[in-house]
Write a protein that binds this ligand. Structure first.
Ligand SMILES: Cc1cc2nc3c(=O)[nH]c(=O)nc-3n(C[C@H](O)[C@H](O)[C@H](O)COP(=O)(O)OP(=O)(O)OC[C@H]3O[C@@H](n4cnc5c(N)ncnc54)[C@H](O)[C@@H]3O)c2cc1C
Length: 447
């Protein structure tokens, strides 16, 4: 196991860091105050080669893995997690195309994304559903070989500026996940109507809108997933993009910690610098610990994806861990700033507003817990035997057991409280829970 970055990864990290510090950090406060997305920064990131990182080389792309994406995204998010959403929304939008088997659409569109700073959105969510992706209502009606889209998608990141989008719809809402299909749509054609930007608590430099489809015709060669295959495509997309949200969290938390350290070295109280209080040192140590853990989990998910494994569980794990811990780190940093932390004259309040959504979009923390809980309880293979088989681990042969130092006698286990009784017969009554002898099961020797 090697935790070091390659020379190329280090260089990429440095490039992204410089871009974040020189291009994003100095202007993000202004655009946040004006509730405006600086679209020019998306174009600049494209020109700097810092977006659309995972487009394969055969389409002219860089062919980077999730690991390189995670490294770049952390640096951009350190300058502004919301600008991270704006810049890397493209990856979310293009992922269904890249994972589809529509070779024609890939051959046509992916080189365009490499050459031009085109914007691509993604939409599963609607006004009436978000977590329950199988509950999509936007209707896809077959018309000859084409499909006609009717319905409203909601919360569409970059939707007001998008050139293209991966849109999930259904042939019949009653079919639930079996009816879901996906399309790659040109957002400049008739039948696409976008709403006003949705007013939000944070992520003000990220455009979020409703997109209404009104008899929008999708040509047959723009289908990414036929009915019944769209749900899986959506879930596979999230397995690759959730680690990126963890990178947003890591970058943002890291900045908050760094600003807090700087503040603690300068601010004085009771005749001392804040950094001299042990409370401050412990606070920073905990921030540092959480950030390191976030990054390790995120790298593991990225490594799994890049190694051809299914990263679904690790992606959920890192998403809910990192996004929740980031909130703790940023809240802790704000506390260290005292009253100034609560003002918009220092960057912490903006970071706090910007990261609040990370536990919500691309699957809430609750949804991630469902994925991880289901895995841990059903798919994960425990090493330990079931509790009521513990005694069975003794040698099969009672005589051999006696030679190994264990008394040659029967073992009985109370099924109610787990009490072990050693002897030829069970006791009349369990001495611990007082249930009668019928509660005892002979657990050794094996019958
Ligand atoms: C800034 C922003 C940008 C976004 N960008 C996009 C985008 O580009 N594309 C896109 O498609 N969507 C986008 N979204 C939508 C986002 O993915 C959804 O908001 C999110 O999935 C939650 O859905 P919901 O808001 O409908 O909440 P609901 O699904 O209504 O959930 C409400 C609450 O109930 C909980 N809950 C729901 N079901 C369960 C369950 N089974 N068990 C336990 N708890 C449950 C949820 O965790 C949540 O706390 C964006 C949202 C925001 C705020």
């Amino acid at each position: 196991m090697d935790f070091s970055l390659t020379k190329e990864q280090e260089a990429l990290q440095q490039e992204a860091r410089e871009f974040g510090i020189k291009e994003i950090l100095p202007v993000v406060h202004y655009f946040d105050k004006h509730d405006q997305m600086p679209v020019y920064l998306i174009r600049k990131a494209h020109a700097a080669g810092l977006s659309n990182l995972t487009i394969e080389e055969k389409y002219g792309g860089k062919g980077f893995g999730l690991m390189e994406s995670a490294i770049v995204v952390e640096e951009i998010a350190a300058a502004s997690p919301a600008m991270g959403t704006s810049i890397f929304g493209n990856t979310l939008g293009m992922e269904p195309l890249m994972m589809s088997d529509n070779e024609g659409a890939k051959d046509h569109y992916l080189p365009i994304f490499v050459k031009e700073p085109k914007i691509c959105s993604f939409a599963t969510s609607e006004p009436m559903m978000g977590s329950d992706v199988a509950g999509i209502r936007c209707k896809a009606t077959k018309d000859g070989e084409d499909y006609i889209l009717d319905g409203t998608k909601y919360w569409v990141t970059n939707g007001g500026y998008a050139d293209y989008a991966s849109i999930f719809a259904t042939v019949d809402p009653k079919m639930r996940h079996k009816g879901i299909c996906a399309f790659f749509v040109d957002m400049h054609q008739d039948g696409v109507i976008t709403g006003e930007p949705i007013p939000k608590m944070g992520h003000k430099v990220s455009n979020t809108v409703a997109v209404k489809f009104d008899s929008y015709r999708v040509p047959a060669d723009h289908v990414l997933a036929e009915p019944g295959k769209g749900f899986i495509l959506g879930m596979r997309t999230f397995s690759r993009t959730r680690p990126i949200i963890a990178s947003f969290a890591t970058g943002a938390a890291r900045s908050a910690m760094e600003f807090a350290i700087d503040y603690a070295k300068k601010r004085r109280a009771f005749g001392k610098k804040l950094e001299e209080f042990q409370n401050t040192q412990f606070r920073i140590a905990e921030m540092y610990q959480k950030i390191e853990t976030m990054r390790l989990l995120m790298y593991k998910a990225a490594w799994e994806a890049d190694s051809g494994m299914d990263p679904t569980v690790s992606a959920s794990l890192t998403k809910f861990y990192s996004t929740e811990k980031a909130q703790e780190v940023v809240m802790s940093a704000l506390q260290l700033f005292g009253g100034f932390g609560y003002t918009d004259m220092f960057p912490i309040e903006q970071i706090l507003r910007d990261i609040r959504v990370l536990t919500i979009y691309e699957g809430t923390s609750e949804v991630q817990r469902i994925v991880v809980g289901r895995h841990a309880m059903n798919a994960y293979k425990p090493a330990m035997p079931p509790l009521d088989e513990l005694v069975n681990l003794r040698a099969d042969d009672p005589k051999k057991a006696a030679e190994e130092g264990m008394p040659e006698q029967k073992v009985w286990r109370c099924r109610i409280c787990g009490h072990m009784h050693y002897g030829d017969e069970p006791p009349d009554e369990c001495p611990v829970c007082r249930f009668p002898s019928s509660a005892f099961k002979n657990v050794w020797p094996k019958e």
